[in-house]
Design a protein around this ligand. Structure first.
Ligand SMILES: NC(=O)c1ccc[n+]([C@@H]2O[C@H](COP(=O)([O-])OP(=O)(O)OC[C@H]3O[C@@H](n4cnc5c(N)ncnc54)[C@H](O)[C@@H]3O)[C@@H](O)[C@H]2O)c1
Length: 326
């Protein structure tokens, strides 16, 4: 069995330790510089607690590393794991700079180790159902896309201060922008350029899609909102579809509307996607196949978000997505 170390036993690490790993045979190591957090995850999963990956590797065998640390540490932990021969699942945003992201993808290619990104949307059934509906022409010709991620961030998500702060991990573009770009790319294809205005807490993006489709995204974590929301809408010449995401219950799904009526496909909870992505990562390791979201996809999402950040800094001018690879 793959010996997995969880690096980062904060809010997200604790969620996967509680809800996913026990059914997969537990964890080998729970790693966090905060000993109480490492001990709590160890207690949930049968893992041994450690303060660092290096300390764990001196004591036990580690085959794979699940990275759940603040954003600016994703690259360093991933590259350390690769240097010691471990496969990696790394949270979104993939990295905070394109040079780090490229180094991570290159390290995976050089070593042949699996590099998967913990990006939820490609694992949601609602997204798969939406793609199938679009490919079947259910809403006719696609004319426009929009996504909205609107909620109030609080509780455990802000207790350490880095997420909504002005530091290298902070701001909604990095935290939620990569999710929304992943979603829009799944529904609308490649992004060529982006214009964005806003601040660290609320941002509006206009995306120039390679297909010519009009696309917008609005991100804010300063408003209250229901747990289930239509995060993306695709408008077509013959109807529309909504990707509804539910963070609390099982009301997520794809809703297809045409003049003939509404069809509601699926019933899912967003957090189930964490189980699916971890199972996919472990399956990729054991069968030597690519994961559903490889590092290259994380790099593409990051390239759009960093172009958006540059646009915000430049007063909203369009910025080409670097290398045009999205
Ligand atoms: N995909 C999702 O749905 C989703 C949801 C929430 C958070 N996340 C992501 O999960 C990651 C963690 O977010 P969080 O909210 O759990 O943050 P958090 O601050 O609650 O937890 C991060 C933990 O990492 C620890 N840490 C810091 N440096 C470390 C190091 N070098 N080695 C080991 N541990 C270290 C901290 O002590 C802390 O306990 C972020 O990348 C975030 O974007 C993803």
């Amino acid at each position: 069995m793959t010996q997995v170390a969880l690096v980062g036993c904060g809010a997200m690490g604790e969620i996967v330790a509680r809800s996913v790993y026990p059914a997969l045979g537990g964890l080998a190591a729970a790693i966090d510089p905060d000993p109480a957090r490492a001990a709590a995850v160890a207690g949930l999963t049968g893992a041994r607690p450690f303060r660092s990956l290096a300390e764990a590797q001196r004591e036990i065998q580690v085959d794979a590393v699940d990275v759940r640390v603040p954003h600016h540490l994703h690259a360093a932990v991933t590259l350390e794991a690769f240097r010691s021969g471990c496969h990696v699942l790394v949270e979104k945003p993939f990295a905070t700079t394109l040079s780090d992201a490229r180094a991570m993808v290159e390290a995976a290619e050089r070593t042949g180790l699996v590099l998967a990104v913990a990006e939820n949307y490609p694992h949601l059934r609602a997204v798969a159902d939406a793609r199938a509906a679009l490919e079947a022409g259910r809403i006719g010709e696609v004319l426009a896309l929009r996504s909205t991620r609107a909620y109030r961030v609080g509780g455990v998500w802000v207790r350490d201060g880095w997420r909504h702060g002005r530091g290298p991990s902070g701001g909604i573009l990095l935290d939620q922008g990569t999710h929304q770009v992943s979603l829009l790319r799944r529904l609308g294809g490649a992004v060529e350029a982006v214009s964005a205005t806003g601040n660290a807490d609320t941002v509006s993006l206009t995306l120039r899609m390679a297909s010519g489709v009009v696309a917008q995204s609005l991100l804010t974590w300063s408003v209250p909102g229901p747990a289930a929301q239509a995060e993306a809408t695709v408008l077509g010449s013959g109807g529309r579809l909504d990707v509804v995401v539910d963070y609390d219950n099982d009301e997520g799904g794809c809703h297809v509307w045409t003049p003939a009526g509404t069809e509601r496909l699926g019933k899912e909870n967003y957090y189930d996607s964490h189980r699916l992505m971890i199972e996919d990562w472990l399956g990729a390791i054991s069968t030597s196949r690519a994961p559903v979201v490889p590092g290259a996809e994380g790099l593409e999402d990051l390239a759009v978000v960093l172009a958006a950040a540059e646009s915000v800094a430049n007063g909203g001018a369009f910025v080409e997505v670097e290398a045009g690879r999205s």
